[in-house]
Structures are given as structure tokens and as C-alpha cells.
Design a protein around this ligand. Structure first.
Ligand code: BG6
Length: 519
């Protein structure tokens, strides 16, 4: 814990934080980052690792070996990473922490497709083992474009780097998204990985699972007795899952043009939010117990028939507009985007889960770029009361009870219910009961990558995606994509940047007599 926070806690103890200081420290290991000269390493991985070092959660001897094409040596790579830490770490750059952390940072220049370069890598790893006592524990991080995943796995396997050097050491691999482009390619990638690594050593990452508030969905649902009895078709009318972003595609046109919102966001992040919200209670928090339930609910999603795709989905593209008062360009005017691009930057869909808990309850999922503001939430809309007792209640049907799990940026939980307005009449008004993480715990929430990197070093796979899970999610999304392809449309609806999306998305819910929440 931060010294200032520790002092503040000592003077003024916060009962909500009591007993929370159980820290887990992994054994010494080297994390090998393939694609170490890229953006992910600079903005997310190294800053997160530094934050772990700052919080004293890394073991002595912990080391990083960057491996990429660019021409760095250890010193210049460290310098570069220092700038990333200064800009993106949650904690301030502390010289003492940096000095000891950066002593473990190394770099080897290499080409992912040249066999001999894996010899250099192996030599470097052995040196680090003997200098820093990392005893052959290697965590490989694939932070490269996906076309290099298989060459890297083959390169490691050809040099025996996939196998631990002794019983006591381990080799694990973290695979970034996108994990495949569709079900078939994801399946093939899984096959290629399984040739070299046992599933127990494969960590497919979805950074949403590292977010405290996403994990809190499990805690909220299964750590409390009062909501779970209501969490079903008898009491819940429908569920809305929103991941709205105000940013555009930034400089990622090359990737985004081939991906679109459905592959970039729905297949992974929205499916995770969906499965955590809809799954049954796991028998324990063991990795496979949790993942078994997530896979079950993904498999229970009603396969979308092609003729239903136009009715159950919406795709659209942002046009020009204003976001936070600033004028922004439309998608087709972004650098690198085709002027007739049909790539969607907004996707919404209705899913039905064919099981006893959820039969008949629609789950509406939406995500888009350049929307009015950044907000991620899961909103549970309860059924209206069965009897209209309060004649003067204008909101009786328009505002049923709602529970909102706010994931970001205002992390918290919001319960909306009705109360009587003071006075002689029986007027009802909706009010909110609000819990906010920040104020309740008085801590800064860790970044998703901190938690996930630490878990991978500790060998905890709970928050990583299993092979069958990624394939099940692709099967859902593939049906939508092939339905869109069958439509053979030559135009795509647009929405103004800075709005809440296309009008077609309102129709999606209007069919069922519902409306999108305005977050
Ligand atoms: C990434 C997507 O996985 O998630 C991006 O590729 C998106 O397009 C990002 O902007 C959103 O993550 P977060 O943590 O900012 O909600």
C-alpha cells in the first residue's frame, strides 16, 4: 500500500478495508515480451509491471526481457520504458523503485520468424537465470500482431523453450486479443498453441476481466443473499449491457477496418460481461469451476438464425460530429479508412439464453465508438409491479426498478427504486441508492493489466479465457457476421459522433416495447 494511504488508514481506519491486505507474491520469473517495442508494452505492460513493483508485489529477481525487431540495447530500452512509466503508470516515478525495477529490464533484438534469433533469446534467458535467480520460470507474452503468434510458438518449441527445465520451474504463455478472426481461425490457433503448451499454461487475456468492477459482478451476485433469488426470468424483465466509448479509432485504422466493433469489442469484452452476468453460481472460485459456468451460459445462447439477424442486430458507423465540444471527423474520413468502408463502429444485438433461469429474457448488448461519453455498465431492469396501486404514479410503468453495475468510469452500484414524495398525496418518484468504490474504500483501483500479469505469474487462470470459451464466443458472433454478409448491404447506417448511436438501435428495443437507458 502507498505510504500516504497507509498513514491515513492508521489515523482513520476504514472498516471496509479491514483484512484486505493479504498480498500474494509470485516466485522469481522472467517475463518475455514479444513485440516489446510496440504500444501495448509502452502504454500498458511496463507501466503495470512498474505499478506492481511500486506496490511491492513483485519478487526480488523479477526480470523482463523485451524481444522485438527494433534496434534497442538494454540501456536504450530501459530509457524508453521509463518514459512509458512516467506517462502511464498509476503511481509516480520513484527513483529508488525505478532503479531496482529497471535493473531487471533487458532487451534482445530479434525477428520472430528467424530460427537463430530464438537461440539468442535462449542464451539471454539462461544469463538472466544465473544473474538474477529466475530459475527457468518464463512467462511469454504475445504482444505482437496475431500473424506472428504461430511463428513465435514454433520458434519457442523448436528450441525447447516451451518445456520447463526442471520439475520445479514453469513456462506459461499469455496470448493477447484478437484471438482469431472467426471461429475457424480461433480453433486453428488453439490447435497450434496446444502443440506446444498444455492448456493449463495458456493464458488468453481479456483485459476487462482484470477490471476490479468486472470481477465485482461475481462478488455482488454470489457474495450476497438478497439479489440472487431475484436474478431470473421471474423478476428480471431484461438486461442492457453498454460499452460506450467517446474515442474514435485513433491511429488503428489498419486493424480496425478488418475488425469492426463486433470483433474488437463484442466477441471479447461484451461476451465476458454477458457471461458473468448470466452464468450460474460456480461450485468454487477455482479457475475451471468459474470457466465451466461461463462456457455453459455461452452455449445456452440461442443460435441466431440468419433471417433473424436483421431484426436482432444493428450495425452502424460514426459520421462527423462533436464530442465533448470538439469537432471530430466521421469514420470514413479517418486516416487509413476506405472512403466506402462498410466496417461498423457501433454494434447492438439481442441475445436470448435458452435455459431455466433466463428463458424469454432479452439481453441487449451495445457498443460503439465516438458516442456521447465513455461508460461501461450492466443494467438489470426488473419487472414492473403487478398491480397499479398508486394511480398518481406517472412513472409506474416507465421506470421500473433498475440495478446498475457501473463498471467505468464511475465504478459503483446504483439501485433505483421508488419512494413517496413527502406531502398529502401518494405521488411516487424514483430515487437512487448509490455505492461508489472510490469513496467507500478510499483507494485507487489497480489497472486491469496489473492484476492479470500478477495472476499469470502466480499461475491463477481464473481471469483468463479457456479454449472452449473463446470458441463458444466466436460461434455466437460468427452467426451475426455471416448474417450481415448474407444481407449483402451496400450501405451502412450512420450516427452523429457525440450521439448515443443510430436510430436503428432504438428500433431494436422498441420491437420489444423497451428503450435504451441513457447512462
Ligand atoms: C480494446 C479495443 O480491446 O478495448 C479498443 O481494441 C477499445 O478498441 C478498448 O478502445 C477499450 O478498453 P477500455 O479499458 O478503455 O474500456
Amino acid at each position: 500500500m502507498d505510504d500516504a494511504l497507509a498513514q491515513a488508514d492508521a489515523l482513520n481506519p476504514n472498516p471496509l478495508r479491514e483484512g484486505l491486505d493479504i498480498e500474494r507474491t509470485p516466485v522469481p520469473a522472467t517475463i518475455v515480451i514479444f513485440g516489446a517495442s510496440g504500444d501495448l508494452t509502452f502504454r500498458k505492460l511496463i507501466p503495470a509491471l512498474y505499478d506492481l513493483a511500486y506496490e511491492r508485489l513483485l519478487p526480488a529477481g523479477f526480470s523482463i526481457l523485451g524481444f522485438a525487431h527494433r534496434d534497442f540495447d538494454d540501456a536504450s530500452f530501459r530509457e524508453q520504458m521509463r518514459a512509458g512509466v512516467e506517462e502511464f503508470s498509476r503511481n509516480p516515478l520513484d527513483n529508488a523503485v525505478w532503479d531496482s525495477f529497471s535493473a531487471g529490464i533487458h532487451y534482445t533484438r530479434g525477428d520472430f520468424t528467424i530460427d537463430e534469433d530464438y537461440d539468442k533469446l535462449a542464451r539471454r534467458l539462461r544469463e538472466i537465470d544465473s544473474d538474477r535467480g529466475t530459475t527457468g520460470n518464463y512467462l511469454y507474452y504475445l504482444a505482437t500482431p496475431p500473424r506472428f503468434y504461430e511463428p513465435i510458438i514454433d520458434g519457442l518449441a523448436a528450441r525447447g523453450l516451451e518445456n520447463p527445465s526442471s520439475e520445479a520451474s514453469w513456462r506459461r504463455i499469455i496470448v493477447e486479443k484478437p484471438f482469431g478472426h472467426d471461429y475457424q481461425s480461433a480453433h486453428e490457433l488453439n490447435m497450434a498453441i496446444s502443440e506446444a503448451f498444455d492448456e493449463d499454461n495458456v493464458y488468453r487475456i481479456d483485459h476487462y476481466l482484470g477490471k476490479e468492477t468486472v470481477r465485482n459482478i461475481l462478488a455482488f451476485r454470489f457474495g450476497n443473499g438478497i439479489y440472487e433469488p431475484l436474478w431470473n426470468r421471474h423478476y428480471i424483465d431484461h438486461v442492457q449491457i453498454t460499452v460506450a466509448e467517446s474515442i474514435g479509432i485513433e491511429d488503428r485504422a489498419g486493424y480496425y477496418e478488418r475488425s469492426g466493433a463486433i470483433r474488437d469489442m463484442v466477441q471479447n469484452h461484451l461476451m465476458q460481461l454477458f457471461s458473468l452476468t448470466a452464468m450460474e453460481a460456480p461450485v468454487s472460485l477455482a479457475a475451471d469451476a468459474v470457466r465451466d459456468e461461463k462456457v455453459k451460459v455461452l452455449n445456452a445462447v440461442r443460435p441466431m438464425r440468419p433471417e433473424l439477424v436483421p431484426r436482432q442486430t444493428v450495425r452502424a458507423q460514426y459520421g462527423p460530429g462533436y464530442v465533448s465540444g470538439e469537432e471530430v471527423a466521421g469514420y470514413r474520413d479517418e486516416t487509413g479508412v476506405a472512403t466506402d468502408s462498410m466496417t461498423e463502429t457501433y454494434a447492438a444485438l439481442t441475445l436470448y439464453v435458452d435455459n431455466w433461469r433466463w428463458a424469454g429474457v432479452p439481453f441487449y448488448l451495445r457498443t460503439g465508438k465516438r458516442l456521447a461519453r465513455r461508460v461501461t455498465e450492466v443494467a438489470i431492469r426488473f419487472r414492473p409491479v403487478p398491480q397499479r396501486l398508486f394511480e398518481s404514479d406517472p412513472t409506474e410503468h416507465s421506470a421500473p426498478n433498475e440495478l446498475v453495475l457501473e463498471i467505468q468510469p464511475d465504478e459503483g452500484i446504483n439501485l433505483n427504486f421508488k419512494v413517496k414524495v413527502p406531502g398529502p398525496t401518494f405521488d411516487l418518484r424514483p430515487v437512487n441508492m448509490v455505492f461508489q468504490y472510490g469513496t467507500a474504500f478510499n483507494v485507487q483501483l489497480p489497472e486491469a493489466y496489473e492484476r492479470l500479469l500478477l495472476d499469470a505469474m502466480l499461475g491463477d487462470r481464473t481471469l483468463f479465457i479457456r479454449r472452449d470459451e473463446v470458441e463458444a464466443a466466436w460461434q455466437i458472433v460468427d452467426r451475426v457476421i455471416s448474417g450481415w454478409e448474407r444481407q449483402g448491404a451496400h450501405s451502412i447506417p450512420t450516427y452523429h459522433s457525440g450521439s448515443w448511436g443510430p436510430s436503428e438501435a432504438n428500433l431494436l428495443l422498441a420491437h420489444d416495447g423497451h428503450e435504451w437507458r441513457r447512462p
